[in-house]
Design a protein around this ligand. Structure first.
Ligand code: AMP
Length: 368
């Protein structure tokens, strides 16, 4: 008997997110195949891979021919590259949803339209725009590329008027955005999945520690009913507006007890890796369930979790594994400074025990 829904998932990009999707697909009886520029990409160790440019029409057509549904490890693929495939295969999330999330200005316009608060900001295409933005919004502020920025890349913090020149020299080109610096007390994110028939599940709020623009660790759940309800409401509005299918993540700053949206990711997200061990259904499984028209799974947390990224250098595996209940994830990547190479997750019964275990694990991890 043919199982209901789709069972062959084609994934554009074969990084660690793709790899964790492929691993979650196995018990569901789904198969995955990938397209990536590198035959040594992390997901290639666990599923078949086509090697080629991610926007090469012939390679995308080949991936589509092997799949019932297409999805993404890398969200920056253009609508133009996907357009020829749209009549013949389900693309989830849609090219339209990807396009909004590819441009910080479009993303902020969407949030503002839906009543999701954002930081004051201005589009910057010339040095004169930058001066005008700084006059209006003041310093400090963050100059960012509108497109293709990630993990703190494509960003420059303007601290005073002297920084303006350097900011322009560092990022200068058209297609920038200047944002007022947010004096946040913490950063949080909400992740949810939406099915094609409009059902939505959301994970508990998590709290995220970044440094140099890159995520260091996440703890969840962040028990704050008021903020969690608000974040869930914001996420639901965005999911509904985009007719979204799959997992979506929204990141916020908490400023004076209020949420200010920073950005969204139209895919499984680093701040949701804790769900593999910390929730009944992981974000990876729920993404697959959503895009394959299977019922969404429970997002109930199993306890209090901490997830720590391994950046630049892999830690001593044996020493970490000696921590009771620690789960270790090595993405199989070549080490480079600042590169995400893996992560670990610790699950405890109480937030206090989790925080203690997090502090102990952090002593064994060096970020380079
Ligand atoms: P992003 O690439 O926009 O997610 O930024 C990466 C990190 O840089 C965020 O998680 C914050 O820690 C920091 N950051 C980005 N934008 C701002 C801002 N407007 N104010 C303060 N910190 C920011």
């Amino acid at each position: 008997m043919t199982p209901p829904g789709f069972s062959r998932v084609g994934i554009v990009g074969a990084g660690q997110l793709g790899r964790m999707l492929a691993l979650a697909a196995v018990p569901l009886g789904l198969s995955t195949s990938f397209l990536d520029r590198s035959a040594a990409a992390p997901a290639a160790a666990v599923a078949p891979i086509l090697v080629g440019e991610l926007e090469d029409p012939a390679m995308l057509a080949e991936l589509a021919a092997r799949s019932d549904v297409l999805t993404f490890d890398w969200e920056n693929i253009s609508g133009a590259a996907l357009a020829p495939l749209e009549p013949s295969i389900a693309i989830r999330p849609s090219a339209a949803a990807l396009e909004v999330s590819q441009d910080r200005l479009l993303e902020k316009a969407l949030f503002a339209r839906l009543g999701v608060p954002v930081a004051p900001h201005a589009a910057v295409d010339t040095p004169a725009d930058l001066h005008a933005a700084i006059r209006r919004l003041g310093v400090p502020g963050v100059l960012k590329t509108r497109r293709l920025g990630y993990d703190g890349k494509g960003q420059y913090v303007v601290r005073d008027s002297k920084g303006v020149e350097t900011a322009w020299e560092t990022l200068g080109a058209d297609g920038l955005i200047y944002e007022a610096f947010q004096q946040f007390s913490r950063e949080v994110s909400i992740i949810g999945a939406r099915s094609a028939d409009g059902r939505v599940v959301t994970y508990p709020l998590s709290t995220n520690t970044h440094s140099g623009g890159i995520l260091r660790h996440t703890t969840a759940p962040y028990v704050n009913t008021k903020l969690e309800r608000l974040a869930q409401a914001h996420l639901r509005k965005v999911l509904r507006e985009l007719g979204y299918v799959g997992v979506l993540a929204l990141e916020f700053f908490v400023v004076n007890g209020r949420l200010v949206a920073n950005e969204m990711a139209p895919r499984v997200h680093n701040t949701g890796h804790w769900t593999i061990e910390g929730s009944i259904t992981s974000q990876f499984e729920n993404h697959l369930r959503a895009i394959c028209d299977l019922p969404l799974g429970s997002t109930r947390p199993l306890g209090h979790t901490a997830m720590i990224n391994f950046l630049g250098t892999m830690p001593d595996r044996a020493r970490l594994l000696d921590i009771e209940g620690l789960s270790f994830h090595d993405y199989g990547k070549v080490a480079r400074p600042g590169r995400k190479l893996g992560h670990c997750t610790i699950l405890r019964k109480s937030a206090k025990d989790r925080n203690e275990a997090l502090a102990n694990a952090l002593k064994l991890i060096e970020w380079t």
